[in-house]
Design a protein around this ligand. Structure first.
Ligand SMILES: N[C@@H]1[C@@H](O)[C@H](O)[C@@H](COP(=O)(O)O)O[C@@H]1O
Length: 242
C-alpha cells in the first residue's frame, strides 16, 4: 500500500487526478470505478480541465459508480447519477451509454444488483476503482457489520451515514434509508484501487482503516489485503499516519 500525504485538498485532488489521467493515457479503453461524496469533487474538476485541454479523452472509457440511493431516479437532484452528470459526465467527451450507476429507480433489488454485477463482469472488471471513506469506514455504502458483503447488494444505511449525507438534502427525513452498493468483493476485484480522504474529521478513520486490524467493523480495512492500493490524503486527514 502506498500512502501519499499532500499539503492540502487542492494538491490531493491534483495527485489523485494524475493517477486516473495516467491510467486513461496508458489504456484509453479502461474501465473506471467512480465514487461520489464531497471528497472527489476537486479531482473530477481536474480531470475535466485535463480533458478540455486535450490531455486526456474519455471517448473510449467506461465507468461504473459504486452506489446509488434506492428510490431515487437518475434525474433526482440528490441521486448519485445526477451528481456524476453534474461533476463529470456532462463536462467531458464520455459516451453516455458507457456510464453506469446502479438503478435506484428499480425497486426489484435482486434484479438491480444482479444486472449491475453482471454488467461489470461483462465489461471485463474494473481497472481502477476510486474510493472515498465514510466516517465509520464505509466504502461505497458497505457499512460496518459482522461480515464483508461480497456482491452488489441492497443496504440499510446507518444513522450516522444518513446524518452525514443529510447536508445535501433540504431535510434529514428526505434522505433515503436504503441504497444499492457494489459489495466489498466487487471492490476488491478491481485491479487497482485509489482512496482519497480530506480534512481532520477523517484522520481517525484513515488511521483505523490502514493501520488498524482488518475487520468488517471497518469495511475499508480490507483494502490492506489488496495488492495495488494508493491512498492519497491531505495533511489533516493524514495527521495520525506520520
Ligand atoms: N456513499 C458515499 C461514499 O461512497 C463516500 O465515500 C462517502 C464519503 O463522502 P465524503 O467524501 O463526502 O466524505 O459518502 C457517501 O456515503
Amino acid at each position: 500500500m502506498n500512502i501519499v500525504i499532500t499539503d492540502d485538498y487542492a494538491a490531493m485532488s491534483r495527485a489523485a487526478a494524475d493517477v486516473i489521467a495516467s491510467r486513461i493515457k496508458e489504456d484509453p479503453r479502461c474501465v473506471l470505478g467512480l465514487a461520489t461524496g464531497s471528497t472527489p469533487i476537486g479531482l473530477y474538476a481536474e480531470l475535466v480541465s485535463d480533458c478540455n485541454a486535450g490531455e486526456i479523452s474519455f471517448g473510449e472509457v467506461s465507468t461504473y459508480n459504486l452506489d446509488e440511493y434506492r428510490g431515487l431516479a437518475g434525474d433526482h437532484e440528490q441521486s448519485y447519477r445526477h451528481f456524476m452528470q453534474k461533476h463529470l459526465f456532462d463536462l467531458v467527451d464520455i459516451d453516455p451509454a458507457a456510464t453506469h450507476v446502479p438503478d435506484g429507480a428499480n425497486d426489484d433489488a435482486e434484479a438491480a444488483c444482479w444486472d449491475y454485477e453482471q454488467s461489470i463482469f461483462e465489461a471485463g472488471g474494473i481497472d481502477l476503482q476510486l474510493l472515498g471513506l465514510g466516517h465509520n469506514g464505509h466504502i461505497g455504502f458497505n457499512e460496518p457489520s459482522d461480515e464483508f458483503p461480497v456482491n452488489t447488494h441492497l443496504v440499510k444505511l446507518h444513522e450516522r451515514t444518513i446524518e452525514a449525507n443529510s447536508r445535501l438534502f433540504d431535510h434529514i427525513d428526505e434522505v433515503p434509508r436504503e441504497a444499492y452498493t457494489m459489495g466489498v468483493g466487487t471492490i476488491m476485484h478491481a485491479a487497482e484501487i485509489l482512496v482519497v480522504a480530506s480534512g481532520s474529521d477523517k484522520a481517525q478513520i484513515v488511521y483505523d482503516a490502514f493501520f488498524g486490524p482488518v475487520t468488517p467493523q471497518v469495511p475499508a480495512s480490507i483494502l490492506q489485503l489488496h495488492p495495488n492500493v494508493t491512498v492519497i490524503v491531505d495533511e489533516e486527514a493524514g495527521a495520525l499516519c506520520v
